[in-house]
Structure formats: C-alpha cells, structure tokens
Design a protein around this ligand. Sequence first.
Ligand code: NDP
Ligand code: 2IT
Length: 449
Amino acid sequence: MERYLEKVLEQIKEKNNSEPEYLQAVDEVYSSLSSFLSKHPEYEKMAILERMAEPERIIMFRVPWVDDNGKIIVNRGYRVQFSSLIGPYKGGLRFHPSVNLSIMKFLGFEQIFKNALTGLPIGGAKGGSDFDPKGKSESEIMRFCQSFMTELYRHIGADVDVPAGDIGVGSREIGYLFGQYKRIRDAYEGGVLTGKDIIYGGSLARKEATGYGLMFFMSEMLKESGISIQGKTITISGSGNVAIYACEKAVQMGAKVVAMSDSNGCIYDPDGIDLNSVKEIKEVKRGRIKEYALTHPNATYTEKTTQDSPIWEIKTDIALACATQNELTLNSAKALVKNGVIAIGEGANMPSTKDAVEYFIDNNVLFAPAKAANAGGVATSAIEMSQNSMRFYYTFDEVEKKLNQIMINIFNECKDAANDYGQKGNYVIGANIAAFRKLSQAMICQGIV
Ligand code: NDP
Ligand code: 2IT
C-alpha cells in the first residue's frame, strides 16, 4: 500500500509539476493516509487516489472590463469544479493578484475534504480571478463582477455549482455577481450563490460563521485537553472576514486578543484589540491595519519586512492564522513554540507550511487544521442554501446553534478518526482520514465516473 501511495504521489507530481501549492495540498492529505490505506488494499485497483486528485472540470476564461479612465483591462477567471461526489460543487471565489491555476486547484482540493467534514450535501470547488480589488472604485468593482459573471453564469446553478466569497470577495461582490446572474437568467434563483446580503436572501450569521466556527472548534479542542479559553491571550493574523469574527467570538469567550495584521504588517495592543476600530478601518473604510496605531496610543505597528510575519514573534497562548496560505513558516513556528504557545488554529486555508505543522505536532502544541477548523463558513453557506430552498429564514441564534453543533461534530469526527488509527490527539491526521473515508466510500458507491 505504501508503494501505491508513493507511486500515485510521484505521478501527480509529474503531471502537475508547475503547481507547487496544489502539490503541497495533495501531499498534505495523501501522506497522512497510509494507516487507513493499508486496511483497504482494494483501493489501488479502483484508482481511488488518482480519481480523487483529478478535478472533474476546470473552466478558465477571459474577463475583460473597462476601468474609470476608459482603459481596457483583461483578467483571467477560473472555476475548478473538483468533485460533485456528495453534492453540488461548492466553494468560494477569490479575487487577488496572486490567483493562478495552482492556487485554485489547491483550494478546490481542500474544499472537497472540508465540505465532507461538515456532514452536509456539498461537493468541492473553487474559483476566482487575478483581479486586484485594492484601490479600485466601487463602479470598477461592479463592472468587473458583471463581466466575470457574464461567463460564469453558464457553469453554475443551485443544484450544479454554488460559489461564495473568499479573499477579496465579500457581500458587496456577491451582490454584484448575484445581480448580474439574475439579470442574465431572468429568474430569482437565490441558492446559486451564498454569502448574500440578508436583505435579498442571505443567511444571518454567515458573515460571522468562519471566525465563530474556528473558535467553537478551538474551544472543543482545548476542552478535550482540560484547558479553558477564558483569560487566554490570542494573536490573529489577517484582519479580513475570518480574522474579525474569530476575534469577536474569542472576546465573547473571555479571551484577550492582542494582535492582528494585514499583508503589510501587524498591530500589537497590550490593552486588547479594539475590534470596533478594526471593523471601521477594514469593513467600512477598506484601509490598512497600520491606521489603528494612529488612534490607539498604546498600540504599536510593525511592518512586515521578510517572508515571516512579525505577528508570530509576539508571545501568546493561542495563535490563529487567518490570512492566507503558507503565512506561518517553520521559523515562525519555532518562535511561537519558544514563547510557549499552547494551541494553533488555522482559519485560513493551508496557512502553515508542512514543516511548521510537523514542528507544532512534535512539540505537543494542539493543532486545529484548516479543513476542519474553518469549515464553519461553508457549513453555514449550506445552511443558507437550505433556507433558500425552503423559502424561509432562521434567526441568528438558530443558525449560530446549528453552526456550533456542526463544529462540535467535526471535532469529534477528527478525534475519533485519529483514535481509530492510533494517532490520539493528532487532529491533522484525524481530519484527513475522516474526510477521505467518507469520500472514498461515496466514490465506490457511484462506480467509475
Ligand atoms: P478577506 O479578503 O476578508 O481578508 C484577507 C486578509 O488576509 C486580509 O487581512 C489580507 O490583508 C490578508 N491577506 C490576504 N492575502 C495575503 C497575502 N498574500 N499575504 C498576507 N496577508 C494576506 O478574506 P477572508 O478573511 O475571507 O479569508 C482569509 C482566509 O480564510 C483565506 O485563506 C480564505 O481562503 C480562508 N477562508 C475564508 C472563508 C470565508 O468564509 N471567507 C472560509 C474558510 C476559509 P490585505 O488587506 O493586506 O490583503
Ligand atoms: O474556503 C472556504 O471554505 C470558503 N471560502 C467558503 C466557501 C463557501 O462556499 O462558503
């Protein structure tokens, strides 16, 4: 079985050798499956690993639009429809200049496993564009979204593929995308996108869901080790959707958040981060995190000058990585461990490099892996889809309770799968095996497709 695994990883490497993030994501999942695979020798003949790592479909398209100066800009759009094994393709759209096929495929691959862990009927997909929303006017954002949807609409649908937000795509962008979809289709199909504003079909608590869910998972993981969140110090990278609502729930749980960041640098506030101020800077003004220090005299701002973010140098009990992939390197992991970190939570997708994860596990740091810990966002998207189908809304409390229960279930699944395979407390292996087990069984049920 080890041979089968090695052979497949080798083949995947050869076939996708210009896609480092994608290879990293496949390696992360597959290399943790050997104990599971050794109990399933039949998987080799059925080519389960080969089929799981090949997207069902990849769509790439031109997105032309005109900026405020009348200049024509051409961006590239993507939708990777990775797996429809357990439900319609589902996953976010990312608008960021770094977007390329490798990043889309890594995110789509991760999404299959994450979505399986939610226990809800959603397949895996990801999409986006190398469009950079920073510095664009409101009407440029709208024109871009309209052009993007003018191609994407033919590939999506409430039972086909349901996009949502990710980096650079929030409820503003989802609104413009939805408006254009509705105009082209000439029908109100609420369930075609999630992350919609509440006014026209969104779900209460979707905005908060990923960050809240991360804290629900963290709380379960700590509880299992007899540790309480109450009074703990927390640092959170990023200051976008996931980071802001992780901070909000952390404070509600009695923790103290002392640092947040963006791609330029980080703020440290020994008095505890004033979240209303961060929301004002990021959600309303769409400004930079360094502006926080201008109005908070005790806070300091440190510019990011190397690949390692300065936020991981700050002493903390719990560190939450909520910005982007590979933002937490081995160097940063060493700094965190040296400063006595107890637990790491991945709010972003694949934020820790492979050697950083290994270092945390080897040093007995509790580790909440992305595909389990940040699944609350997509789970609540699925709850939004079901509300759209029912033509009925749940209250905020109802959605939050469902989300909390889903995160508890995910934690228990990770814990149980880790125990089943002799890896007690290793939630990285637990998450991968729990998700893979479900998906491979679905694949076998459906024949060779
Ligand atoms: P936002 O666009 O709201 O915020 C992104 C944050 O991360 C910003 O603070 C941004 O800083 C920072 N960031 C983005 N790219 C980089 C980079 N290359 N280097 C350093 N910092 C960067 O996105 P979200 O909060 O929605 O997403 C954050 C992460 O969480 C992503 O990995 C996403 O895939 C993941 N995620 C999101 C979910 C959701 O529901 N939104 C669900 C599950 C996971 P700056 O402003 O400087 O760019
Ligand atoms: O990475 C993710 O899970 C998301 N960006 C959310 C996807 C969704 O469909 O809500």
